[in-house]
Design a protein around this ligand. Sequence first.
Ligand SMILES: Cc1cc2nc3c(=O)[nH]c(=O)nc-3n(C[C@H](O)[C@H](O)[C@H](O)COP(=O)(O)OP(=O)(O)OC[C@H]3O[C@@H](n4cnc5c(N)ncnc54)[C@H](O)[C@@H]3O)c2cc1C
Length: 470
Amino acid sequence: MRAAEEPSEAQQEGEPAITALRELLGDRLSTAPSVRELHGRDESSLPPSPPDAVAFPATTAEVAAIVEICARQATPIIPFGAGSSLEGHVIATRGGVSLDTQLMDSIGRPRVEDLDVTVQAGVRRKTLEQRLGGEGLFFSVDPGADASLGGMAATGASGTTTVRYGTMRENVLDMEVVLADGRVIHTGTRARKSSAGYDLTHLFIGSEGTLGIITELTLRVRAIPEAVSSAVCSFPSVDAAVATAIATVQAGVPIARCELLDATMMRAVNEHSGLDHPEAPTLFLEFHGTPAGVEEEVRYVAELARERGGGDFAWASRTEERNRLWRARHNAYFAALGLRPGCRALSTDVCVPLSELASCIERTFADVERLPFPAPLVGHVADGNFHLLLLIDPDDADERRVAEAFYDRLVESAIRTGGTCTGEHGVGLGKRRRLGDEAGPAIEVMRALKQALDPAGLLNPDKVVTPDGP
Ligand SMILES: Cc1cc2nc3c(=O)[nH]c(=O)nc-3n(C[C@H](O)[C@H](O)[C@H](O)COP(=O)(O)OP(=O)(O)OC[C@H]3O[C@@H](n4cnc5c(N)ncnc54)[C@H](O)[C@@H]3O)c2cc1C
């Protein structure tokens, strides 16, 4: 992979695409090494590779014009939101142009009666939260990172509230997409349901910038619940915490958040966020509803926890305390990095049917004990989804080999029990081979879709599927 300090071959040759893009965008096209470098890496431990240039369009028309210029010159385009993805999604393996959506940041007036809002793709999650909060509304998908809505749709993101409100797949009604030849389409309508033809919205969600560029999204929003209560509860074992989460879901309790952190992760979070919770397996819980409904749910879940050896609930009822608690949970990734200064995290992301979760975690923990580096666990366990952060020395090839072999065993065990290699982070570069193992012959259908929509292979090349290999 290439470094950003040197002008790339494309720049040295005064590549026509870059000249034409400069004419279109002026100083909203950058070839500065620092800007290129920033756009050639994500949060993964995969080696970075910078694009030749970074374009900052502001409108759909400009995105279409960029795509047409790049198509004429056979220049790859890599859509870029906030760069918070974890599988090498934005790494410019073949150079080309990174299309950064940060200037596409306008938010339409929320339609309160319809409970929807239309936003440009570069709008960040936290900005939307602030804007909707003023109207008594919220958008439910919360991956923790301050990601862009376009990036969240492109990765099929989910997060801590998915158990109650669903993933991006359940919360996007329509998208405007620029195709590889510059045509602009809508994938749906504002209607809550539709039987009109193929479901293009769900095709583009999770397509990771490989089928088209999302320029605008219409999102489902919800009224902020009247009562919200958050609590943490520690357990004598991971098994007991997982059993409580599963019993809660199986009982049909509409819990809003149910997150597991193991003892190692709790130590990291306490240190990073200045908290003093017991260093034991812990569930972070949140309840939404009417005051009476929340009270009843809390009583029910507290009893389920007590029966499984859980301690008393430590409450965070005021907004400030709640925010502090969930900030600590969301910072778990960075807190974990603090356990081994200088390390990078290889984050696993399997998701299994609920009935298989306890045994999958048990098998995994037996395997973790043999690892030569820390591997704290954090999980959206009520969805059957958990992450181990394998804290490896990026310069130690042996550690990476051990981590990859461990990851293969974990994915194999998840797939064998009806699960998936990625619950929410997506495939990117890092999980292509694992997608092949999971999808079987369906990978050919994915390749056919890619070929139909991007025959020249210019949209985010080398991600998700390639024409002839994993
Ligand atoms: C600390 C931390 C915690 C995280 N927790 C979660 C979590 O709980 N759940 C979860 O789902 N993810 C999580 N992630 C991963 C990440 O935040 C999500 O994948 C997020 O959706 C990526 O959005 P982004 O704007 O950063 O996209 P980017 O990283 O910029 O891009 C991601 C992919 O989407 C494509 N893309 C971006 N914008 C567009 C567009 N407009 N049109 C077409 N393609 C586009 C890119 O080409 C790339 O393939 C976490 C990441 C971190 C660092």
